[in-house]
Design a protein around this ligand. Structure first.
Ligand SMILES: [Zn+2]
Ligand SMILES: [Zn+2]
Length: 652
C-alpha cells in the first residue's frame, strides 16, 4: 500500500499508509488526542474522524480547543441529535434543515400539531438518553436514486427535494446515520462529531412557527431552537446571559418605567410617553450641543416628496417596496426613508465655493420605512424612526481630515455614555462605481484618519457599499452583546445623481464628495441599547426623574414642596411623593423605579434646611444642605456617564 505524508500544525510531518483515517492519525499522535478529537481539517476542509486520507496534505486534528471550527460542528451535530429524538418520539414527522447559528442551532419539522413546552422537555430528555448511549454518527454514500427512493418511501418529500436541488449530476449522495438507518438517517454533507457521547452541553430553548425555506407560501413548519457549547461552564454562562437579557429587555423596562407604548393602529411607530419624551429630548438636545460647535447646521426638510426626487436618487428603482407611497392631485409621492436627498436639494439651492466647504447639515426629523408587520419588534424594528443624521459635503482633499474629526466626535459621544466603540473599515466591493484610483485614495484617507485618531480597527475587505467605502461602529453592552450604531459612509454616486457642484480655486466647477454619517444611528434603536445597557438604572444626566422628594408625614409636606421647587428651579427633574404612605414604602417604590436620588424630609431636615439623601447605588448618604445637594447633582449631570458603571448583571 502506498504511503502518504501529512503535515501537522506544528510543522512536523508523518508518513502513514494511504486510507489511514483521521482518527487513526490522532491515535498515533497520542491517546489523549484520540480521546479529545472531534473532527479533522485537511487543508481548509473539515472532515469526519472516519475520513480516509488518500493524498499528501496538511492535517489538523480538531478538538474543543479549536473553537471556530469545533463549535459549529458541535452545534450542527446536536441539531441531528434533536432530529433523531423528534423522529423517534413523533412518528410521521418530516425533517427540514438543521444548521448551526451564532447562538446555537435550530431544526425545522413538519409535525401534526405545534410543539408545547412539555414536548421540549421530553425531547431534551430523549436527546440526553441518546447521548448517554454514545451512538455512532456514520457517513454512508448512497446511490442518488436509492436515496431519493428511500426518503420518498419514508414520506419525506422535502428531503427528496433537497437531494434533487443539491446533488444534481452526482451519482452518490452523502447520508449520515445515528446508530443505524432505522434509528436516524439524514441527507447531509457533514461532517459531525464521531458519536453522540461527545454531545453534553446542550439545551433546548424555544419553538416557533417557520416555513419551508423561510417562505410563507411554503409548507408551515415548527422550528425548535436550542443552544450548545463546548463546555458546561460556557453553556451555563450563556443561559444566564439569556435570563439577564430578558430582565433588561427594553420592551419590558419601557413599560415598567412608562417610557413608550405601541398601538395596533400605528404599527411600528413609537408613542413616546412623558418620561420617554424627556429621555428622547435629552438625547436630541445633547446631540445638538455636540454638533453645533463641531460646525454643523441643523435643517428640516419635508417628509413627503414627489417621486421625481426618488427617481433622481435611485430609490424609486431600488427601494420603492420599502417606502410608504401616497398620492396627491394625481402625483405619486413617497415618505422619506432617509434624509440625504432633501439635503442634496438644499446644498444645490446656492452656488457653493470651495471656501464654503465642508458644509455640514444635520437633521432629526422622522423617517419611514415600510417594514413587514411580522418583523416589527419594540424599538429595534420600527417603521417610523429618527436619526441623528448628517451629511458633510467636502472636497476630495478634505476627506481625511473630515473623517478624523468625525472619529473623534464618535469617541467623545460614546465616552459620554461610558462606552467604547469598536471600528470596522469596509473596503471596495466586487461591484463598485468610479475608478480604482478614487477608491484607493478614499480608503487610504480613511485608514490614515483611523490611525490619526489612534483607535484600533478591523478591516472588512470588499464589504463597502457600491458607492463608497465606510466605517461602522459596534458597541458592546453591559452583558456583552454587540450593537451596531454609528456609521460613516463616503458617497461618490449621489453627488453625480444630483449634479452637486462647488466652484474651485481654479474658478471651475467640481464635484464634492458626500459623507453620510450618524452617531447614535436611530434614536429608537439607541434608546433600546441604553435601556438594556443600563438595565433602566439611568445615569443622572439621562434619568427622566432625577430625584424624588419624600416627606415623612403631612406636616413636612410644605417644606418638601419647597425643596422640590428649588431643585426644579436649578434645572433638575424632580417629583414630590406626598401620598399618605409609610416612608419605607415610598422609598421602596422609588428604588423599584430606579430613581437616582431619594430626598427624605422630616422634622430635623425641616428645622435645619437640609434633606436626608439616599442614592440608588450608595444607599444612605446622610443629611445635606439643599444647596450643596443641588451643586453636586448639577456637577454629576455635567460629568455625564464618564464615571458611571452600568447596573451590574445580577449573576454573571
Ligand atoms: Zn449534518
Ligand atoms: Zn445619507
Amino acid at each position: 500500500m502506498s504511503e502518504i505524508t501529512l503535515t501537522l500544525p506544528d510543522g512536523s510531518s508523518r508518513s502513514v499508509p494511504s486510507s489511514t483515517t483521521v482518527a487513526d492519525v490522532a491515535a498515533l499522535i497520542s491517546p489523549g488526542l484520540a480521546k479529545a478529537a472531534l473532527a479533522g481539517k485537511v487543508g481548509d476542509k473539515l472532515v469526519d474522524l472516519s475520513y480516509p486520507l488518500t493524498a499528501d496534505a496538511p492535517l489538523q486534528i480538531i478538538t474543543s480547543r479549536n473553537v471556530a471550527d469545533a463549535l459549529p460542528l458541535y452545534r450542527h451535530s446536536t441539531a441531528h441529535l434533536l432530529a433523531a429524538a423528534v423522529t423517534n418520539m413523533f412518528p410521521g414527522v418530516q425533517c427540514g434543515i438543521g444548521p448551526p447559528t451564532d447562538e446555537g442551532f435550530f431544526y425545522d419539522f413538519v409535525v401534526p400539531r405545534p410543539f408545547v413546552p412539555e414536548d421540549l422537555e421530553a425531547i431534551e430528555n430523549k436527546m440526553r438518553e441518546m447521548a448517554d448511549q454514545d451512538l455512532v454518527f456514520e457517513r454512508q454514500m448512497w446511490p442518488r436514486d436509492e436515496a431519493k427512493r428511500f426518503f420518498h418511501e419514508r414520506g419525506e418529500p422535502l428531503k427528496v427535494q433537497l437531494i434533487e436541488e443539491k446533488t444534481e449530476g452526482q451519482s452518490e449522495v452523502s447520508c449520515y446515520t445515528i446508530k443505524d438507518k432505522e434509528t436516524f438517517v439524514d441527507f447531509c454533507v457533514g461532517p459531525h462529531v464521531p458519536s453522540t457521547g461527545k454531545l453534553k452541553a446542550f439545551k433546548l430553548l424555544s419553538t416557533s412557527n417557520a416555513y419551508w425555506k423561510g417562505d410563507a407560501r411554503n409548507q408551515p413548519m415548527q422550528r425548535v431552537y436550542g443552544t450548545a457549547f463546548l463546555s458546561d461552564k460556557e453553556l451555563k454562562e450563556h443561559l444566564t446571559r439569556i435570563e439577564e437579557a430578558k430582565k433588561r429587555d427594553h420592551r419590558k423596562l419601557g413599560r415598567d418605567q412608562k417610557l413608550f407604548m405601541f398601538h395596533q393602529w400605528a404599527p411600528g411607530a413609537t408613542f413616546w410617553l412623558p418620561k420617554g419624551t424627556i429621555l428622547y429630548n435629552t438625547l436630541a438636545n445633547y446631540m445638538r450641543e455636540v454638533l453645533i460647535p463641531a460646525g454643523y447646521t441643523e435643517v428640516k426638510a419635508p417628509i413627503v416628496f414627489n417621486k421625481a426626487l426618488w427617481e433622481t436618487s435611485g430609490h424609486w428603482r431600488h427601494y420603492r417596496q420599502n417606502m410608504f407611497l401616497v398620492e396627491s392631485e394625481g402625483e405619486q409621492m413617497g415618505l422619506k426613508a432617509m434624509n440625504c436627498p432633501g439635503h442634496f436639494l438644499m446644498y444645490a439651492s446656492e452656488v457653493r465655493s470651495y471656501k464654503d466647504l465642508p458644509i455640514r447639515f444635520h437633521e432629526q426629523t422622522p423617517l419611514h420605512r415600510n417594514e413587514a408587520s411580522g418583523v416589527l419588534s419594540g424599538l429595534t424594528r420600527v417603521r417610523q424612526f429618527s436619526q441623528d443624521d448628517g451629511h458633510c459635503f467636502v472636497m476630495e482633499s478634505q476627506i481625511g481630515d473630515e473623517v478624523e474629526r468625525l472619529l473623534r466626535l464618535v469617541q467623545r459621544v460614546y465616552g459620554d455614555f461610558g462606552m467604547t466603540p469598536q471600528m470596522k473599515l469596509s473596503t471596495r466591493p466586487p461591484e463598485f462605481m468610479g475608478t480604482v484610483e478614487t477608491w484607493n485614495h478614499a480608503e487610504s484617507e480613511l485608514k490614515r484618519a483611523l490611525d490619526a485618531a489612534g483607535v484600533p480597527f478591523t478591516i472588512n475587505e470588499g464589504d463597502g457599499a457600491f458607492y463608497g467605502p465606510k466605517i461602522d461602529f459596534d458597541v458592546t453592552d453591559a452583558i456583552g452583546r454587540k450593537w451596531q450604531c454609528a456609521t460613516i459612509q463616503l458617497d461618490y454616486a449621489q453627488p453625480e445623481n444630483f449634479d452637486l457642484k462647488y466652484v474651485g480655486a481654479d474658478n471651475r466647477e467640481h464635484r464634492p464628495v458626500v459623507i453620510h454619517r450618524a452617531i447614535f444611528g436611530s434614536f429608537e434603536r439607541f434608546i433600546a441599547l441604553l435601556i438594556e445597557h443600563f438595565a433602566g438604572a439611568w445615569p443622572l444626566w439621562l434619568a427622566p426623574v432625577q430625584a424624588v422628594v419624600l416627606p415623612i408625614s403631612d406636616r413636612h409636606r410644605d417644606y418638601a414642596a419647597g425643596v422640590q421647587n428649588r431643585l426644579a428651579a436649578a434645572g433638575l427633574r424632580v417629583e414630590l411623593d406626598d401620598r399618605q404612605e409609610k416612608i419605607n414604602y415610598k422609598i421602596r417604590e422609588a428604588q423599584l423605579q430606579k430613581v437616582p436620588y431619594m430626598l427624605v424630609a422630616g422634622d430635623r431636615e425641616s428645622a435645619e434646611g437640609t434633606i436626608a439623601v439616599r442614592s440608588r447605588s450608595g444607599g444612605d448618604l446622610g443629611a445635606r444642605p439643599v444647596d450643596a445637594f443641588i451643586a453636586d447633582a448639577l456637577e454629576e449631570v455635567r460629568r455625564k456617564s464618564r464615571h458611571e458603571q452600568p447596573e451590574p448583571a445580577t449573576s454573571l
